[in-house]
Ligand binder design. Structure first.
Ligand SMILES: *Cc1c(COP(=O)(O)O)cnc(C)c1O
Length: 428
């Protein structure tokens, strides 16, 4: 394929935007080469600036669960835009989408809208700290909760249980309040809680991890966290920015039957516009300003265009009883097809999948946490990525990302993809 215009646009972008991108993973650092500039998209396909068609498995990193430029969403945004794009006052549509979200998701009474998943997670942690009167949080290595300071933490050295910053600009003072645990390792979480008695406000987790490739929770792990939180008066935060309105109407809480105290949303909830949200039962949400003492605000929060897109998206998902089964079936079909051709070509791999999230790891050991996710052969991944791109299939340019299945994908598209994997597998 030819990427002449993309390359030229990237060169221009690099002069005025750091690294030519507004979010680092777009820059292809993990796989080499220059990013593809997209001109437009429809359904399951992206069309780049050079006129190439790509079958899309990124789907804007999750939001486009019904495909690109989905008509009801686009129409809702256009109609709203004609009436003014922001007022900074309450609007009826905010209540409408809040009512719908509360009716779809278990264990929440109230929801507050923000502008990104980062903001949702950052605000949920502040609320958890304010509500419990405790400072420390537990997060899991390999889970991503956005780029706010408290989350940019890596494991501390040696025997220390507290983390250290993994980005310059994050202070030691912030890092010491974030404790790092191993995903799927309940004993490790117990140890950390024991070592920090009565100091932990919350545990925040991706109930199905999607930011180290797809890593599902082991049976009993989420239930184990729930029990520990109950025993130690800790709030359990499900970061459902990726899984919310994707794995089920009610997200991972519904799928696994485990109750969270606070839930964070982003991605699908905004239908492709910048939206995040966090939600909980009344007791917790009433602790938020203006009702309670924990401050949180936003000039463009609940923006009419964003709410129109989100409401149209949630309405579509809520009215289609088969959508989540259909997505899971398509994903299983893809899983089996890819496994078959990789096996035929003797390519060592492990495929993880939950619902419409799937990832291919180039290692034959089980992938259950960040360390095992890092076992994968990254050189194989790079060759695989560029090979797939050349075949007209766009997967995330990093071995640590999940593929997102959209309902716009037909079985023909899935066969096209499996065939592309077969072609690329011959070169691995
Ligand atoms: C994408 C993501 C975030 C961050 O959301 P942004 O809208 O990019 O700020 C947080 N948590 C999870 C689980 C995510 O996948």
């Amino acid at each position: 394929m030819i990427y002449k215009r993309s390359s030229a646009l990237f060169a221009e972008a690099e002069k005025v935007i750091p690294g030519g991108v507004n979010s680092p993973v777009r820059a292809f650092k993990g796989v080499g080469g220059t990013p593809i500039f997209i001109k437009e998209a429809k359904g399951a396909y992206l069309y780049d600036e050079d006129g190439n068609r790509l079958v899309d498995y990124i789907n804007s990193w999750g939001p486009m669960i019904l495909g690109h430029a989905h008509k009801p969403v686009v129409d809702a945004v256009i109609e709203k835009a004609k009436k003014g794009t922001s007022f900074g006052t309450p609007t009826e549509i905010e209540t409408k989408i809040a009512e719908l979200a509360v009716s779809m998701v278990p264990n929440i009474d109230k929801i507050r809208f923000v502008n990104s998943g980062t903001e949702a997670c950052m605000s949920a942690v502040r609320l958890a700290r304010g509500f419990t009167g405790k400072d420390k949080i537990i997060k899991f290595a390999g889970c991503y909760h956005g780029h706010s300071d408290s989350f940019l933490i890596q494991a501390g050295s040696g025997a220390s249980t507290f983390g250290t910053p993994n980005s310059p600009g994050v202070t030691q003072g912030t890092a010491k309040d974030t404790l790092l645990a191993r995903y799927n390792d309940i004993e490790n979480v117990k140890e950390i809680i024991e070592a920090n008695k009565n100091e932990i406000a919350c545990i925040i987790i991706e109930p199905v991890a999607g930011n180290m490739g797809c890593v599902p929770p082991k049976e009993g792990f989420l239930e184990g966290l729930r029990a520990l939180c109950d025993t130690h008066n800790i709030l359990l935060i499900f970061d459902e920015v990726m899984t919310g309105f994707r794995l089920a109407k009610g997200g991972a809480q519904e799928l696994f039957g485990v109750k969270a105290d606070l839930v964070c949303f982003g991605k699908v909830i905004g239908g492709g516009l910048p939206v995040g949200a966090f939600a909980a039962r009344n007791e917790i949400m009433n602790y938020l300003a203006p009702l309670g003492p924990v401050y949180q605000a936003g000039t463009l929060s609940g923006n009419p265009l964003a709410m129109a897109a989100g409401l149209a998206m949630l309405t579509e998902l809520n009215s289609d009883a088969q959508i989540f089964n259909r997505l899971a079936e398509k994903t299983e079909y893809l899983h089996q097809g890819i496994a078959k051709v990789l096996n035929e070509n003797k390519v060592v791999h492990t495929i993880n999948r939950t619902g419409s999230m799937i990832s291919v790891h180039f290692d034959d050991r089980e992938v259950v946490d960040f360390d095992t996710a890092a076992n994968g052969n990254n050189d194989t991944f790079k060759t695989f990525f560029h090979g797939m791109l050349n075949q007209g299939v766009y997967i995330a340019p990093s071995a640590f990302e999940t593929w997102f299945i959209t309902d716009a994908l037909t079985y023909e598209d899935l066969d096209f993809t499996i065939n592309a994997v077969n072609e690329v597998a011959k070169t691995l």
